[in-house]
Design a protein around this ligand. Sequence first.
Ligand code: 4NP
Length: 162
Amino acid sequence: MISVLFVCLGNICRSPSGEAVFRALVEQQGLSDHFRIDSAGIIGWHAGEGADARMKRHAARRGYDLTSISRQVTAEDLRDFDYIIAMDDQNLRDLKRLDTTGEYGDKFYKMTDFCRSCTETVVPDPYYGGAEGFEKVLDLLEDACAGLLDHIRNRHDLPLST
Ligand code: 4NP
């Protein structure tokens, strides 16, 4: 089982979307049994809440159902997940701070590291902006999640999709 955790600030916009986009891709390729996919936030302000209604609406238009409930990332997550994917540089710094022993650094990635078409270096926080910000998040995540799955395929022995 390969475990992937998507992390953003609030766990109500970007990381629940990353989780849903990646899950859809993994399902499409018949790999669901090989993955544990989850998301979490640096802050716990929205813990227990579903995803942001605007993010849900934009995602639904592309066929993604955001069902995750917000939770704060924990030190145990750093131990338990194989790939921990931050949406921006501040998320990455905050994760590194949570890794007090420094032993999990090689699990940390930035989502845009896996982009193949887009040239952005972060997935920008859409929370305080307009509709185009939510669309941008989804554009970046679709590009990056495809790259992430290829990256994982190159490192793990996974069946090819039929
Ligand atoms: P996210 O967006 O990190 O993509 O979930 C945000 C959601 C909530 C807040 C900030 C960013 N907030 O400050 O409450």
